[in-house]
Design a protein around this ligand. Structure first.
Ligand code: HSE
Length: 409
């Protein structure tokens, strides 16, 4: 039997306990050992559960218990999660976590501590909820050099955008629905402002390219400015709007990484990823595109990934799983304005010279939609370095810029 502890009994933590208890027999067969939850750390009281006797409010009960070999951290946030995880690793306990903020901010340091102490630090649940993506990237795609990783990384915003696109609901109404269904984080800012997707693209880029990418190095734009007008124009042009996390290798010592709402063509597979589902496309130099798809948020999908990591740790108590990246460095991530992209631009116009100005600046082939009723014009540029595109947009006269979004192929 292997004793474990679970730190946090919120949405994910209660799902971890539920799966470990309800699937105990099949899990012990897969782990080749019985897994016993010895302690659950939470400051709240949980009376009336079949496992209420396991709760403690004192982290020392876990840290100082030499019988606890694996700890699942599902509290979220940096404090006190970082101190707790670090101490557990230093004391020779393997740690699994769903905490993307912790991994995106402190991943390189915690991986190094795990390595030095010959224990495992696994975090499959931190990206894509229930989708297996980090382990397949690190193990099944180990033969590849990764060149690009992108996708829909946040379930809440994908749910909101799906409701806006398919049911014409406003951003506010769709957000309320996401909160009522328990998808949105306690503070929806992390989701709707793009911070959550930013942390996930940092983890994917760090693992994919081998060097830590910190959230403050990545420009992240959320979906709060997306309007039903833009959803409608995108539809008329053959696109849907999705929040995309993207990173790509630019050279041996430079990558691009960003998060932005983007127009996705209807014939791109990401356009069909709806509701709380996520999809991650990993481009390896041998495999080309590999796509991972599934539920990116929610209690049981996320708990499924945490429990799988617990099983992996239990099976590898004496062996380190290969999962590692080195510390990051300044200037590793190229400024977004220097990265080639396509832009969708919506203008309100005062006269019809704007169409010829757009053609002169952006080329005759530019996709233009002229809405004479609303006196607005939208167009999508060809791919060019972003600051060159924004310089051209500034040259447009007799019009006002209402919205600029990215567009992908
Ligand atoms: N709030 C996150 C999401 C949870 O909506 O994707 C999973 O990381």
């Amino acid at each position: 039997m292997v004793n474990i502890a679970v730190m946090g009994h919120g949405v994910v933590g209660s799902g971890v306990a539920e799966i470990l208890l309800s699937h105990a027999d099949s899990i012990s067969k897969k782990a080749k050992k019985q897994i016993n939850i010895k302690h659950i750390l939470d400051l709240r009281d949980f009376d009336g559960l079949s496992y209420s006797d396991k709760f403690t409010k004192d982290f020392r009960k876990i840290a100082d218990d030499d019988e606890v070999l694996v700890v699942a951290e599902v509290m979220g946030g940096i404090n006190p999660a970082y101190d707790y995880v670090k101490e557990c690793l230093l004391k020779g306990k393997s740690v699994v976590t769903s905490n993307k903020e912790l991994v995106a901010t402190k991943g390189a340091e915690l991986l190094k501590i795990a390595q030095d102490n010959n224990v495992n630090f696994l975090f499959e649940a931190s990206v894509g909820g229930g989708i297996p993506v980090l382990r397949p990237m690190a193990q099944c795609m180990a033969a590849n050099e990764m060149t690009e990783i992108f996708g829909i990384l946040n379930g809440t915003t994908n749910f909101i955008l799906t409701k806006m696109v398919k049911e014409n609901l406003s951003f506010e109404t769709a957000l309320k629905m996401a909160q009522d269904l328990g998808y949105a984080e306690r503070n929806p800012d992390a989701d709707v402002l793009g911070h959550d997707a930013c942390r996930k693209i940092c983890i994917l880029a760090s693992l994919g390219f081998g060097k830590h990418v910190y959230p403050e190095q990545v420009k992240a734009t959320g979906i709060t400015e997306i309007t039903l007008e833009d959803v409608d124009y995108a539809d008329k042009l053959g696109y849907v709007i999705k929040l995309i996390g993207h990173c790509a290798k630019l050279s041996s010592d430079k990558i691009a990484a960003s998060v932005y709402p983007a127009l996705v063509p209807r014939d791109n597979m990401l356009s069909g990823v709806n509701d709380v589902y996520n999809a991650v496309v990993v481009k390896g130099d041998a495999t080309d595109d590999v796509m991972f798809y599934g539920k990116g948020a929610g209690k049981l999908p996320t708990a499924s990934a945490v429990v799988a990591d617990i099983i992996d740790c239990v099976k590898h108590l004496q062996t380190r799983k290969y999962l590692f990246w080195e510390d990051g460095c300044k200037d590793y991530v190229e400024a977004q304005e220097n990265v080639p992209t396509r832009l969708y631009v919506r203008l309100s116009k005062t006269d019809n010279s704007v169409v010829s100005q757009i053609k002169a600046l952006f080329g005759d082939e530019t996709a233009i939609l002229n809405n004479t009723v609303a006196n607005e014009i939208v167009f999508i540029t060809a791919k060019q370095v972003e600051k060159e595109l924004t310089n051209k947009i500034q040259k447009l006269q007799n019009c006002k810029v209402e919205a600029i979004l990215h567009a992908i192929d």
